[in-house]
Design a protein around this ligand. Sequence first.
Ligand SMILES: Cc1cc2nc3c(=O)[nH]c(=O)nc-3n(C[C@H](O)[C@H](O)[C@H](O)COP(=O)(O)OP(=O)(O)OC[C@H]3O[C@@H](n4cnc5c(N)ncnc54)[C@H](O)[C@@H]3O)c2cc1C
Length: 310
Amino acid sequence: MDKPAVYPLRVFGAAVVAVRELSPHFRRITFAGADLAAFGVPGPRLDLRIKLLLPVPGHALLPLGGPGGRLDEGWYQEWLRRDQPGRGVIRSYTVRALRTAQDGAELDVDFVHHPTHDGVRAPASDWARAATAGTPIVIIGPNADAITADTPPSDTGIRWDPQGAGHVLLAGDETAVPAISSILEDLPPGVTGHAFLEVPDAHDVGTLTTASSVRVTWLPRSPADAARGELLLRAVNAAVETAQPPYSPQTYAWVAAEAGTVKSLRRHLVSQIGLGPRRSEFRAYWSLGKAGSGGNGTPVDPAAVTSSTH
Ligand SMILES: Cc1cc2nc3c(=O)[nH]c(=O)nc-3n(C[C@H](O)[C@H](O)[C@H](O)COP(=O)(O)OP(=O)(O)OC[C@H]3O[C@@H](n4cnc5c(N)ncnc54)[C@H](O)[C@@H]3O)c2cc1C
């Protein structure tokens, strides 16, 4: 008899063990805990994303998950039906690094400090600013004990899927810097192409390592005070016109940024290169004026303390 499929995600309890300012807009937070010994995927992590469940300030979170942090298919809809303030807030982040540790494992997440306006709260950015050693965290991520060779990587939180393409185009804003950094670290020698990273400030430019031949171009918006997304669009458009070898429908494109920027890049790349949906990954990582990770956040209400979206 076939083993019943176990849901590939579970809940992990952990705590902050280190906080490091990487640059004016990036703060690296290291989480650790015995639970994290069971966190992970069998192969490279690439752009592996996790969800963080954060409390509404001053309120305890209702527990999530069954014994051993078990989750089932409909967990997110069930979570949405809970009442605030116990429900808390879910936001998506990228696993920047994962190491085994004496007791379990350590996991790094690079948080962007982002601005908010008109008194709107940004629960994840605010949480990261306030976090210190010992702050607890609830992580929803891949359950190493449930994932098999047959589990599609997309079910574990990995979207990078070049299907053997040897020529790639990556483009992202600051929220995608952790994912692009991690993808580049995992790319094998021989892969060619270009990665474009738009960041708020020249001091946010980092050092990336890759065994591939992918070129990396950082695009700081300051000090020139460029509009958000403008440098990324301009650089990708120029690359499409001049790249050698030229981009083609065989190129794999991976794009993640603010929703409007992703929409413009998608329109351009699909019409100029003829990229098909199976040769590309276009993902809104956040939406201007909306609370929640991804492209479907809820319009921000300055009076609201928090939002229910993920
Ligand atoms: C798969 C995936 C992986 C991600 N990985 C990372 C990661 O590793 N590191 C990271 O920092 N982010 C990452 N993000 C983006 C992050 O989830 C969003 O920026 C999220 O909206 C932050 O939540 P918040 O509670 O701080 O703000 P929200 O409550 O969601 O938004 C509050 C207000 O802030 C604005 N806002 C949100 N994000 C930004 C921003 N970056 N810059 C300017 N304004 C913003 C919103 O438009 C809104 O007006 C990822 C998103 C996805 C989908």
